[in-house]
Ligand binder design. Structure first.
Ligand code: NAP
Length: 333
């Protein structure tokens, strides 16, 4: 496993990180969550990403139970705040009160005194940005997080925050990024790079679509995310025949390189130096091993060109993959 520096922080994160969305929020059994997490340590993964909203605390609770058995300095832990946490419509977002409440709840569930990275899961257009920034900075000042990041903020939102607090505010950006969703390259990568902010990218396998295991016109494998009603709400929109056909065209390229399609897809996101880590999900320990193997692989420019040609228009024909629509920036009166 190779490691990369996370933005302007002193954290060295594994190129392959393990995420806990859907899977460890209740999608798979607790013993499998433990087996996948143990497998991550075996292959040198030191970077773990969760969020308060995953299973409304369930994913953090699961990892709290597992990770608290290990030395705290043996893993880099990231969580997030923003999502709807209860049926109370106000129990969401990035107000000062919500951030103060949610960081304490996350730390209690994770059974730790601090997280290494605390991320704004989305932007909150209803709260003055100054209030959000001060509340996040207080989390760091109180020793409850070491560094801050954001996920799926627009260029306008990133610029507004950096104008107020300077480039040291954030060390990471967490966008969706994969062979099927390349949009962050246009705006988010450049403004982040100019300000010492790394990308840690989510769904780099497009929830498993890029493994090639979903075939056009065929039912998904019974043990897959797409066949699991508790986990297939988001993957469905990535499963058009056109997309699945484009993905199948990648198979001979991977074969020609002597690598798996998983390795091809993950090495492709890691080819960009702006990317510090690819955050994968895994429902079985074998997948953790298979995904970790991508860390050692470099793709030549010929292979990258062949991938582009094989995909054709597939990456841009999936507007449904876009992040949630987001509002503008509100300032304090
Ligand atoms: N910031 C955000 O808004 C946001 C949003 C989404 C996710 N995330 C983060 O990103 C992480 C990863 O997201 P993701 O789970 O969608 O990532 P992903 O790695 O693109 O997809 C993971 C799924 O693909 C399948 N898979 C993985 N490795 C495989 C392999 N080697 N062979 C065959 N199938 C394999 C597994 O599903 P099955 O075995 O069940 O088919 C697995 O659960 C999340 O856990 C979370 O931490 C963040």
């Amino acid at each position: 496993m190779r490691y990369r520096k996370l933005g302007s922080s002193d954290l060295e994160v594994s190129e392959i990180a393990l995420g806990s969305w859907l899977t460890y929020a209740g999608g798979i059994e607790a013993d499998q969550t433990r087996a996948c997490t143990d497998a991550a340590f075996e292959v040198g993964i030191n970077f773990f990403d969760t969020a308060n909203v995953y299973g409304r605390g369930a994913a953090e609770t699961a990892w709290g139970e597992i990770l608290s058995g290990r030395p705290r300095d043996s893993y880099i832990l990231a969580t997030k705040v923003w999502g709807q946490m209860s049926d109370d419509p106000d129990d969401r977002g990035l107000s000062a009160a919500q951030i103060a409440k949610q960081i304490d709840a996350s730390l209690a569930r994770l059974q730790t005194d601090y997280v290494d990275l605390y991320q704004a899961h989305r932007f909150d257009p209803d709260v003055p940005i100054e209030e959000t920034i001060e509340a996040l900075q207080k989390v760091v000042a109180d020793g409850k997080a070491r560094y801050l990041g954001f996920s799926e903020w627009t260029q306008e939102q990133i610029e507004a925050a950096l104008e107020i607090a300077g480039p040291d505010l954030f060390v990471s950006s967490q966008p969706q990024y994969s062979l099927l969703w390349q949009a962050p390259e246009v705006e988010v990568f450049p403004i982040s790079a100019a300000n010492g902010i790394s990308q840690i990218v989510w769904s780099p396998l497009a929830e498993g679509v890029l493994t090639g295991k979903y075939k056009p016109g065929e039912a998904p494998p019974a043990d897959s995310r797409a066949a699991n009603e508790s986990m297939n709400k988001f993957i469905d929109r990535k499963m058009s025949d056109e997309t699945l056909e484009a993905v199948q065209r990648l198979a001979p390229i991977a074969e020609g390189e002597g690598i798996s399609m998983v390795e091809l897809a993950l090495a492709w996101v890691l080819r960009r130096e702006e990317v510090a880590a690819a955050i994968v999900g895994a429902s079985r320990p074998e997948q953790v091993h298979a995904n970790a193997a991508a860390s050692e692989i470099e793709l030549s420019s010929d292979v990258i060109a062949a991938i582009d040609a094989a995909l054709g228009d597939a990456p841009v024909k999936e507007p449904e993959l876009a992040p949630l629509a987001q509002g503008g920036v509100k300032h304090r009166a």
